[in-house]
Design a protein around this ligand. Structure first.
Ligand SMILES: Cc1cc2nc3c(=O)[nH]c(=O)nc-3n(C[C@H](O)[C@H](O)[C@H](O)COP(=O)(O)OP(=O)(O)OC[C@H]3O[C@@H](n4cnc5c(N)ncnc54)[C@H](O)[C@@H]3O)c2cc1C
Length: 440
């Protein structure tokens, strides 16, 4: 059951998640220099999962987090533990061939199992529920969802997915906004910050030394490994390094950060709804996302609030009124919520790549990075952490599958890559509006 823990708000940005943490611990700042086998930088799902798996494999591991465990995207997101990647399997097959597409599919299927395995093994109270419904805002998108569901059933033996007609979507969601959908019962949703808190507890129980408010400001190669310099003066010397900083890497300028740019997504939580009202909105308590380029995603929390996200912002620190912007988007789907109060409003950074597929690789033989999950990282980060740990321990095949995805730098160099991308994004956002108007 969810309990309120207001002290969490001083650690994290103000959000529904921070107000409802369970078992929050704080971890010390690093005060003295130390040595370890592996230093993981970043305490989101990627870093926590990597560190936990490494400790279980017997590696002496230190995790350095600039703010708090789960402070980044991992503790702020829509909580959807989804199937697959940004591309459909057919698109992956066309680009990379059938074998590679199947390998990627297997990794993403294992990713969902990795999440549920961790929840039950470490008894993480994070309100996991099954079911994600993708909805179509145009007839064309509905036809694509149907085609994709049939394809996954036939060629990937994925019985958990089925096409849902527009009438059934209306019954499930109490809105006539959609032309159809596909329901995947192997996907699910949860309280992401509580999951991160649970992973950190499991990691420390397994022997990982977690340090919070300990930002890494530089790293150097030595004769016997690497040294990570922190802002606090203390440094960590390690044989292996894993960068798991994602969209929050900004000040650490490293070669691989040119493969990503940060965009912001917004989320709000309404006041708690009555059980009747909640089931009229989302009958089966599944998570929902729509087919727009700048998509809406939503679900109910354990205490029956509507958590509604979307409305990507391409200009960081812009003074957007998140609650007002998102209320407009909610009312477009659920006009019956016009008088419903918004209790929490927050934003988070998503790291996207040019292809919208994750950017995972090696800088040197002993330095790894994983980033750019492009809004599809909740499940995948957890599998990537396991793969990175196993790679360091010497089992490299799955790492090579992910590392073989080619990535282009964002055009424009360090200064211009972001403004050039913003123009492109606005083009697609405009196309969303025109499409939904002409087909809807
Ligand atoms: C609003 C929002 C909604 C989303 N919804 C979904 C969803 O529903 N489903 C889905 O699959 N994905 C979703 N995503 C994406 C998903 O949350 C991410 O892909 C995933 O959490 C990335 O995890 P991570 O560990 O790689 O990065 P993060 O969780 O961002 O963690 C990176 C960490 O690195 C730390 N760090 C950075 N630099 C340093 C440094 N120099 N020293 C030490 N530490 C450092 C940061 O403080 C941060 O805590 C969403 C993202 C956002 C922002």
């Amino acid at each position: 059951m969810i309990q309120s823990d207001s002290s969490a708000e001083s650690y994290h940005i103000k959000s529904y998640y921070a107000a409802t943490t369970i078992g929050l611990r704080s971890y010390p700042k690093i005060k003295e220099s130390e040595r370890c086998d592996v230093c993981v930088i970043g305490g989101g799902f990627t870093g926590l999962s990597t560190a936990l798996n490494l400790a279980e494999l017997g590696y002496d591991t230190v995790l350095l987090e600039a703010k708090r465990v789960g402070w980044g995207a991992s503790g702020r997101n829509g909580g959807q533990v989804g199937t697959g990647m940004h591309w459909s399997q057919q698109e992956l097959e066309n680009k990379f061939g059938a074998e590679q597409a199947a390998n990627l599919w297997n990794i993403t299927e294992l990713a969902k199992r990795e999440v549920t395995k961790r929840i039950s093994r470490h008894q993480i109270a994070c309100d996991f529920k099954s079911g994600v419904l993708a909805t179509a805002v145009t007839r064309k998108a509905a036809a694509e969802l149907e085609k994709n569901a049939i394809y996954l059933q036939e060629y990937y033996n994925h019985a958990a997915i089925r096409y849902v007609s527009s009438d059934e979507v209306s019954e499930m969601l109490g809105t006539s906004s959609y032309f159809g959908g596909s329901l995947d019962t192997s996907s699910g949703h949860f309280h992401p910050l509580n999951f991160a808190i649970g992973l950190a507890r499991a990691a420390t129980d397994a022997g990982v030394r977690v340090y919070e408010t300990s930002p890494v400001r530089a790293y150097h190669k030595n004769l016997d490994g690497y040294s990570l310099e922190t802002n606090l003066g203390a440094e960590v010397r390690a044989r292996y390094v894993v960068f798991a900083c994602n969209a929050y890497i900004d000040r650490l300028r490293i070669k691989f950060s040119r493969y990503i740019i940060p965009i912001e997504s917004m989320i709000v939580a309404t006041e708690p709804l009555s059980a009747k009202q909640a089931s009229e909105l989302i009958r089966d308590d599944v998570a929902v996302y729509d087919s727009k380029f700048c998509l809406d995603y939503y679900r109910l929390s354990a205490d029956k609030r509507l958590l509604f996200g979307g409305g990507e912002a391409y200009i960081p620190n812009l003074n957007v009124d998140v609650a007002r912007t998102m209320k407009r988007r909610i009312i477009a789907v659920y006009p019956q919520l016009t008088n419903t109060r918004i209790d929490y409003a927050w934003r988070g950074k998503i790291a996207i790549t040019t292809s919208r597929l994750p950017s995972i690789g090696r800088l040197f033989p002993d330095v790894y990075y994983a980033q750019g999950f492009s809004g599809h990282g909740v499940a995948l980060t957890n599998m990537v952490g396991k793969i990175l740990a196993e790679t360091i321990a010497g089992t490299a095949e799955q790492f090579d599958v992910l590392a073989s995805i080619p990535h282009r730098s964002f055009p424009g160099g360090r200064v211009m890559r972001w403004p050039i991308h913003v123009v492109g994004m606005y083009y697609y956002a405009l196309a969303d509006r025109l499409l939904t108007r002409s087909f809807g």
